[in-house]
Design a protein around this ligand. Structure first.
Ligand SMILES: [Zn+2]
Length: 469
């Protein structure tokens, strides 16, 4: 009897202790359990756009945040979003950086496929939707994108080996990555590795510390400057818009590739791939959808004599010019800002990129160069060092010169009166290479000047405004 009573008493005391302990820790738990999902107000947000995004009424948003003036919303304000009970933390909209993938973002923020789909209202969770620049909704306090502790699973590198290298417990590593077991990490998978800090793009292996793109990025008719930094000496290639990416060393483990974005690339997504060899000899590959922004080029309607529209002649000549202006010479010949090819620099009579419709639609096409006016017999200068790869008469382009500047960069000079250089000549910046004329299919004397990068005509004036690496 006595023993039983004592036992009971001990039990009651333990229960009481447990209740007191529970009460003591209750406030912290209570706060988490009320599930205050917060959202940081972004540029362009209004209360009604936020209400649509999170499927919550404006009235509930006003109530939950005690908003006195619903129209007085500021970028950076933190709003409580009522009614979301399936995720915690602060929701942030972030532009998908170049070098991240659906997998790398999902893993680094420790989000499930379902979380990603609900946060981003994907109809079906598809990596295709996360193109570079896509505004992806993520929840923080589950991982941060700032320091990318990650490892890319390759055919020769299992989760067990990754865990050994990062100092993580393999089973904990599988769990934090929401994998059912250590065996479930497949080649191409990106694993969040809390045990090791390594900055860099999450979709690429950690010896690669940066993958970046100069402004304005993927825009019709612009020159892409793609840089990759690596700890050690890596080699890289890749492809975009059906053109190979040619990376060249800049020193110190940095590589750079220049590539034109075709005028013909409309708004839409394209596959961007980077492949190569890491300093330790291991192969890597990465793919990400990218979106091309429109260049905002004008349309023009032109009427020309029928002899100007002989497509047979122009198709053969276009192919000839394309073949001349596409090969990549690995030696870069320019080192500083380019000079102007023509003295009347402000007299642009037709801009690059104009979409021309001829004779009410009999023919059409983009203007691949910049036209400079001022009449005939003006000097034409080489803007940069280069090697002449063509100098001669063409049917459409008239007296034409093409100069190879290296790294897949070419310039073209059409409709000349006189050509002063010959194939194989090395030219210096400022050297007079010919005189303006009206040879070929042209209505009046002018210099038509083209710049090609990676087999693609680009905005030539960009090349006079900045130094390309
Ligand atoms: Zn032109």
């Amino acid at each position: 009897m006595v023993t039983r009573f004592l036992l009971k008493k001990t039990l009651w005391l333990s229960l009481l202790a447990a209740i007191l302990l529970a009460l003591a820790v209750m406030p912290a738990h209570a706060q988490e359990d009320t599930n205050t999902v917060r959202y940081v107000v972004q540029p362009g947000d209004t209360l009604s756009s936020i209400s649509v995004r999170f499927d919550v009424s404006v009235a509930d948003l006003v109530d939950a945040n005690g908003l006195a003036d619903p129209n007085n919303l500021h970028v950076g304000d933190v709003l409580v979003i009522p009614g979301i009970d399936w995720i915690d933390g602060v929701l942030v909209l972030q532009d998908m950086p170049l070098g991240e993938s659906y997998l790398s973002v999902k893993r680094r923020y420790l989000l499930s496929d379902e979380d990603m789909a609900r946060l981003n209202r994907f109809t079906s969770t598809s990596p295709e939707q996360l193109y570079a620049g896509f505004q992806v909704m993520l929840a923080t306090e589950r991982g941060e994108l700032t320091e990318s502790s990650r490892a890319v699973v390759t055919p020769g590198l299992s989760l067990l080996e990754i865990a050994a290298a990062s100092g993580d417990n393999p089973w904990a590593l599988a769990a934090v990555n929401q994998l059912p077991g250590t065996w479930a990490a497949l080649p191409g998978d990106v694993l969040f590795t809390p045990g090791r800090q390594a900055a860099g793009p999450g979709g690429l292996p950690s010896p690669i510390t940066a993958l970046s793109l100069d402004e304005p990025g993927f825009m019709q008719g612009k020159t892409l400057v793609i840089r990759m930094d690596t700890d050690g000496e890596a080699q890289a290639g890749g492809e975009v818009f059906g053109h190979p990416l040619n990376f060249f060393p800049l020193g110190g483990g940095s590589l750079v590739a220049l590539q034109g974005v075709p005028l013909e690339a409309g708004s839409g997504t394209y596959e961007f791939t980077v492949t190569g060899t890491l300093p330790d000899g291991a192969a890597f590959s990465f793919a990400q959808p990218v979106r091309v922004d429109p260049g905002g080029y004008a349309r023009a309607s032109l009427f020309v004599g029928e002899e100007f529209l002989d497509e047979g002649v122009s198709t053969v000549e276009n192919q000839q010019v394309r073949e001349l202006m596409t090969p990549v010479t690995p030696e870069k010949l320019w080192t500083r800002l380019w000079g102007w090819p023509h003295d009347l620099v402000n007299d642009v009579t037709s801009e690059f990129g104009v979409f021309r419709v001829y004779n009410g639609g009999l023919a059409e096409g983009f203007h691949y160069g910049t036209d400079f006016g001022g009449g005939a017999l003006l000097n034409i200068y080489s803007p940069a060092p280069g090697r002449v790869v063509f100098a001669g008469a063409l049917d459409v382009r008239g007296n034409a010169t093409i100069i190879d500047h290296g790294w897949g960069v070419y310039t073209g000079y059409w409709h000349q009166q006189e050509i002063y250089v010959a194939e194989g000549d090395l030219v210096e910046p400022g050297e007079i290479i010919g005189l303006v004329g009206k040879s070929g299919r042209v209505s009046g004397p002018h210099l038509h000047w083209e710049v090609w990068v990676g087999g693609v005509p680009v905005e030539p004036l960009d090349w006079l405004a900045r130094v390309y690496p």
